[in-house]
Design a protein around this ligand. Sequence first.
Ligand SMILES: CCCCCCCCCCCC(=O)SCCNC(=O)CCNC(=O)[C@H](O)C(C)(C)COP(=O)(O)OP(=O)(O)OC[C@H]1O[C@@H](n2cnc3c(N)ncnc32)[C@H](O)[C@@H]1OP(=O)(O)O
Length: 224
Amino acid sequence: MQIDYYSNTQDGHPHVVKDGHPHVVKDCRPHVSTRWPPRDGLQGKAVVDEQAYREGKLGTARPAGEGTSELINKEKLSQGRLFTRSFEDGLGFEYVMFYNDAEKRIVCVFQGGPHLQGMPGFFHGGAIATMIDATVGMNAIVSGGIVMTANLNINFKRPIPLCSIVLINSQLDKIEGRKLLVSCNVQSVDEKILYTEATSLFVKLNPEKEFDIKELVLKSAPPA
Ligand SMILES: CCCCCCCCCCCC(=O)SCCNC(=O)CCNC(=O)[C@H](O)C(C)(C)COP(=O)(O)OP(=O)(O)OC[C@H]1O[C@@H](n2cnc3c(N)ncnc32)[C@H](O)[C@@H]1OP(=O)(O)O
C-alpha cells in the first residue's frame, strides 16, 4: 500500500500529499480521518465516531445498573475516556484507521507523540501494544460486534523511533463461534521495516450480558 506523506517536516507534523500539495495533519485521530484519502480499496471513513462513542452508542460500557454503586463510583465512571484519547493533542496517540469491510482488515496510520517514550528515542512497548490492541480490537468489533481481548501475543522485532509514523496492518483471520482471531503487523510507511507482529483472540460477549459492566466488575472483584 502506498501512502503519500512524509514526516520530516519543519513543523514536525505529518503532511498528506494530495494532488501534489502537502496538507498538514496536526490531529489525525479517528474523528478527523476523512482528511486522509482512501487508499488501496480502504474506505476513508472513521471507524470511531467520537460523538457516538461519548453517547455510548458504540457498545461501550453501559452505566452501572442498580446495586452496583457500592462497586463503581458513578462519578468516576462518567469521567471514563478511551485510553488512546487521554493525551493532549500531539503528545500521545495520534492515529487514523481505514476499514475494508470486504476484506475484513484495518490499516491504522499511527504517529505516537513524545509522551509515549520508553527507551530514550523509542516508543514504549506498552504504547505499541495499546495501539495494536486498539487496531485489532476495532477490527474484531466491526467484524463481530462487542468483544473483549482474551489473548494478545506480540513479537517486538525492531524498536520504533519515537514520533515516527508507522502502519498497523490488521486482518481478521478466522471466526469460530464467539471467537475472533485477528493478526497484525507494524511496518514503516515504505513497508521496508517490519517492527512488530501480533496475533490476538477476541471473544464475543454473551448477548444476554452484553457488556454488562456490573457483571464484569462482580466477576473481577477480589473475594470479600
Ligand atoms: C467502539 C468504541 C470503543 C473502541 C474501543 C477500542 C478498544 C479496542 C479493544 C480494546 C479491548 C480491550 O482492551 S479489552 C480489555 C482486556 N480484556 C479483558 O479485560 C477481558 C477479560 N476476560 C474476560 O472478561 C473473559 O475471559 C472473556 C470475556 C474474554 C471470555 O469470557 P466468557 O465470555 O465467559 O467466555 P469463555 O466461555 O471463558 O470462553 C469462550 C471461548 O473462548 C476461549 N477462550 C477464552 N479465553 C481464552 C484465552 N485467553 N486463550 C484461549 N482461548 C480462550 C474459551 O476456551 C472458549 O472456547 P470454546 O470452548 O468456545 O472453544
